[in-house]
Design a protein around this ligand. Structure first.
Ligand code: NAP
Length: 242
């Protein structure tokens, strides 16, 4: 059994990634924070494809939560390890920096950046022991270009991009690749407050992307077709200048 953990797999891009990796033959561990119903729906969709899945609740921003849930999984699945990790869970809390509350700053950093750190640090040990692993971090155009109104989110995603490049070099010898995928505007719950038509002028492809257009790139990076790519950031943004 090849196991893949998708954080934030209950909805949006994470759900699409869960389905793409299921088609590639992985058993999917679908992490979610609070939306158990949608996590169960992702599990059902994975099973319809003919693969297997389980749901796993934890808050990526909580070290104790991350470590205790993953420790419990290890105990229940002796001899197995999670060889593919997709750090996808993320939130945004936009606002101009001059008005930004401490909470909006730290919530976004804790989820998008510390979530990557806690989950990756725990799982990479087994990848190193097994001398194989795949880590894909879902970052953002915002972390490459910087978007006004998103200093917290841009800072968190840019930090994950830096970590991707550094970690890729640390573990390359162990046949572990670490890459990032940077979506532009993708139609999910996260962007439901944005009017697609308002962005047509700036997106060369004149539309928002679909979650599947991101998940197929993640699937490629996890697959055996991407054995010599590490520390890389691939944009999926319909041609937006980055
Ligand atoms: P979404 O539809 O809002 O879904 C967010 C997912 O993350 C949900 O599964 C949610 O779980 C989970 N999550 C949030 N906080 C969590 C936490 N503390 N612990 C565990 N899970 C948590 O978002 P999306 O658009 O699919 O975004 C997925 C990733 O892509 C994010 O990292 C986001 O920053 C990035 N991204 C999105 C866009 C875009 O345009 N949509 C663009 C660039 C980058 P629950 O269901 O339990 O709440």
């Amino acid at each position: 059994m090849r196991n893949a953990l998708v954080t934030g797999g209950s909805r949006g891009i994470g759900r699409a990634i869960s389905l793409t990796l299921a088609r590639q033959g992985f058993h999917i561990i679908i992490n979610y924070k609070s939306n158990k119903l949608e996590a169960e729906n992702t599990r059902k969709l994975v099973e319809e494809i003919g693969s297997t899945a389980e749901i796993m609740q934890f808050d990526v921003a909580s070290k104790t939560d991350v470590e205790s849930k993953l420790e419990a999984w290890k105990k229940n699945n002796e001899g197995e390890y999670i060889e593919a990790l997709v750090n996808n869970a993320g939130i945004r809390k936009d606002g101009l920096l001059v008005f930004m509350t401490d909470e909006d700053w730290s919530d976004v950093l804790n989820t998008n950046l510390n979530g990557f750190f806690f989950t990756t640090r725990y799982l990479i040990k087994d990848m190193m022991t097994n001398k194989f692993g795949r880590i894909v971090n879902v970052v953002s155009l915002s972390g490459i270009k910087g978007l006004p109104g998103q200093t917290n989110y841009s800072a968190a995603k840019a930090a994950v991009i830096g970590a991707t490049k550094a970690l890729g070099q640390e573990v390359a010898r162990k046949k572990i690749t670490v890459n990032a995928v940077a979506p532009g505007f993708i139609s999910t719950d996260m962007t439901e407050d944005l009017e697609e038509k308002d962005f047509k002028a700036i997106i060369p492809m004149k539309r928002f992307g679909k979650p599947e257009e991101v998940s197929e790139v993640v699937g490629f990076l996890v697959s055996d077709k991407a054995t010599y790519i590490t520390g890389e950031v691939i944009s999926v943004n319909g041609g937006l200048y980055t």
